[in-house]
Design a protein around this ligand. Sequence first.
Ligand SMILES: [Zn+2]
Length: 71
Amino acid sequence: MSDIDRQAPRKRIGDELRAYFGTSDMDEILSILQRWHDEDGGCEATDGCWVEPDGTCPHGHPSWLRKLGLV
Ligand SMILES: [Zn+2]
């Protein structure tokens, strides 16, 4: 596996995060995720559904916390 192949998944997540949250600033994204978790008790899935922090929506999309490996 080349270096490019190894780096591709990380870059793809970066692109997804930027598209979804409108920023690539991880501090900003983490503060949003933290607020969802602490104040709202859930998390948006990658398709926008509201799910448990470590959940997966009915369409098979994981919560962002789950996708990022934070839960
Ligand atoms: Zn969904």
